[in-house]
Write a protein that binds this ligand. Structure first.
Ligand code: ZN
Ligand code: ZN
Length: 304
């Protein structure tokens, strides 16, 4: 079944830039061994709250990498929809793997493809798969790529925020260099009784405070491990742990030491490790609270 997709959805950093970084770092560190994936004490676990498991770079070894994630303490993964096809694929994966949950929605890159039937088809997908679908998104604004015209992005963002409310689902927000518009749309649409998350957070503390004021969570990606990820490091150090989620946004944005390479759910441990270091607490403490937050926002529980 054709559930795997191509990859034009770079959430925060361009493919070329990542490739460049990769080439540069690999030539510098050719003989250096990569730091192993940080381990957690028994009983402690992580959740990757945002990954694109249906993308085609996972096609050849999905089972292997899901096993690797579980072996490294990742007990659940949320596979995020970016258009109708990937929303269906995410739901299909959630049926196949009990530790995978799905979200549905149309990414700002793809909103130009929305037709008069799109929302009712997405709605049916949610209603037919309530157990699997835990959120609505990713939706939002992307002014870097502008794959879809700005006016259409703004309109469909509003429409999808109200659809999410109608379906009683928390929202997953993508905001790429569109902070001001994104925030004002969210403020106009507030309150969100089911809550939401600003995924792959790319703002500073000022924005973080406004996002927190909406009652939203802030999701920290692997960018926090980058040398130039200073704003994000500040945010990850300062926001309440009770408001934080962790994500890979795989296959994109791999944390150090895999920067520029394919990202995967097991690597969320590098992000947790970095946040623990920044905050001067244990990785288990980060894992425990962020997992609790994820289950709380997306309203599901883990068996056993
Ligand atoms: Zn995104
Ligand atoms: Zn994403």
């Amino acid at each position: 079944m054709a559930v795997l997709r191509t990859q034009k959805h770079f959430c925060t950093i361009s493919a070329l830039h990542e490739q460049f970084e990769s080439d540069r770092t690999s030539s510098l560190t050719m003989k250096k061994k990569k730091a192993p994936i940080p381990s957690l004490q028994a009983g402690s676990y992580l959740i990757d709250s945002h990954c694109h498991l249906d993308m085609n770079s996972y096609e050849d070894d999905l089972d292997t990498l899901l096993n690797r994630a579980q072996a490294h303490g990742v007990r659940s993964i949320i596979s995020i929809g970016i258009d109708e096809q990937s929303s269906i694929a995410a739901v299909t994966l959630a049926h196949k793997y009990p530790f995978v949950k799905a979200t549905v929605g149309i990414h700002p890159h793809d909103v130009e493809q929305i037709d008069e039937g799109s929302y009712s088809r997405l709605k049916k997908l949610v209603l037919d798969n309530r157990e699997q679908v835990v959120g609505y998104g990713e939706i939002g604004l992307d002014y870097v790529k502008n794959y879809s015209p700005k006016a259409i992005q703004l309109q469909s963002f509003e429409e999808q925020l109200s659809l999410a409310k109608e379906l009683s689902l928390p929202v997953i927000i993508h905001d790429r260099e569109a902070h001001e518009d994104c925030l004002s749309l969210l403020q106009n649409a507030a309150p969100f009784s089911q809550g939401g998350v600003m995924h792959c957070f790319s703002g500073d503390m000022k924005l973080a405070e406004k996002v927190l004021a909406l009652g939203f969570y802030i999701s920290i990606p692997g960018v926090v491990t980058f040398k130039n990820g200073l704003d994000l490091q500040e945010v990850a150090s300062a926001i309440p742990l009770e408001s934080m989620l962790l994500e890979t946004d795989g296959p994109f944005l791999s944390p150090v030491p895999y920067r520029g390479k394919r990202n995967e759910p097991a690597y969320v441990a590098y992000t947790a490790h970095k946040i623990a270091e920044l905050r001067g607490i244990s990785i288990e403490e980060v894992a425990k609270q962020t997992s609790k937050n994820t289950l709380n926002l997306f309203q599901y529980s883990l068996d056993n």
